[in-house]
Ligand binder design. Structure first.
Ligand code: G1P
Length: 288
């Protein structure tokens, strides 16, 4: 069974000032932290062991996924069994632990910090800024591709030409309608240098050989050790596949993305949507 690594050591600069005291991964989409959606995707993809790569101030992130027997007992005493059950289920989702990234040296470096946790096995990397809403979890599909090819699999999506400089961008050859074989990749190119508009979107299934490959890379974009550069080195040793994701993708990393994602999940909830619609309409005169 694969383990998952979730890099979560960032300062959350784009969401300051709230991230001064609240890690961005705990910011809620309705009533659950965005990180929970990512760990639910891992669990739905058959992954039970998750390590969060955190900076020294963010160790408390794992507390959210720990059992809370006192709170559950108190809720049961008050007759709130459904809520207590929800909390229990949350703690059963996955075994969530943390590994420390002492200095912010880049995404590749963050993945390297989890080497001991992963061991000599294939594993998943999930970037928590990217949240997918799809009937079949993106990662579950990627795990199936791993089982078929035994080669690295990266999730991709078509992005706008003017946005390529926010992504790792690949050059690829189509294998089937949604699967491509990656021929090259570059981290955050300028639009005029981008080999395509197929961007890397936050899910990876990787072999343990990626660790020495990352260790051998020099600092790249932004002076940081980039995962994209480590993966580029893997391309020289064998095939690397991409799965083109066509479902809904929400970006938790920006202010507008956070608001849109909250509204999206609120409007999907039967227990909330009518009230949220009514409230927005009353305030803004808009129909959601
Ligand atoms: C990271 C990766 C980049 C990828 C992106 C997806 O960049 O380095 O290749 O396209 O995530 O969200 P970041 O957004 O962390 O700067």
């Amino acid at each position: 069974m694969l383990k998952a690594v979730i890099p979560a050591a960032g300062v959350g600069t784009r969401l300051l000032p709230v991230t001064k005291v609240v890690p961005k991964e705990i910011l809620p989409l309705v009533d659950r932290p965005s990180l929970q959606y990512v760990i639910e995707e891992a669990a739905a993809s058959g992954i039970r062991d998750v390590a969060l790569v955190v900076s020294p101030g963010k160790k408390a992130l794992v507390d959210y996924f720990r059992p809370a027997p006192k709170l559950e007992g108190w809720l049961r005493g008050k007759g709130k069994t459904e809520l207590a059950g929800q909390l229990e289920a949350l703690a059963r989702l996955a075994r969530v632990s943390s590994v420390l990234q002492r200095r912010p040296l880049g995404l590749g470096h963050a993945v390297l910090c989890a080497e001991k946790f992963v061991g000599r096995h294939p594993f998943a990397v999930m970037l928590p800024d990217d949240i997918f809403d799809a009937p079949v979890p993106c990662l579950a599909e990627m795990v199936r591709l791993w089982d078929r090819f035994h080669a690295p699999v990266i999730s991709l999506a078509e992005v706008k030409r003017e946005e390529v400089s926010s992504y790792g961008i690949v050059r690829a050859r189509r294998v089937s309608s949604r699967v491509v074989r990656i021929e090259d990749m570059v981290e955050k190119p300028r639009p005029e240098h981008a080999p395509s508009c197929l961007g890397i979107v936050g899910r990876y299934v990787l072999p343990p050989e990626v660790f020495p490959a990352i260790r051998a890379t020099r600092p790249g974009w932004g002076g940081e050790i980039q995962l994209t550069d480590g993966l580029r080195a893997l391309l020289r040793r064998g095939p690397v596949y991409g799965l083109v994701h066509r479902g809904r993708r929400l970006d938790m990393g920006s202010r507008a993305g956070l608001v849109v994602a909250s509204a999206y999940f609120a409007l999907k909830r039967k227990d909330l949507a009518p009230e949220v619609r009514k409230g927005l309409k009353a305030l803004l005169g808009v129909r959601a």
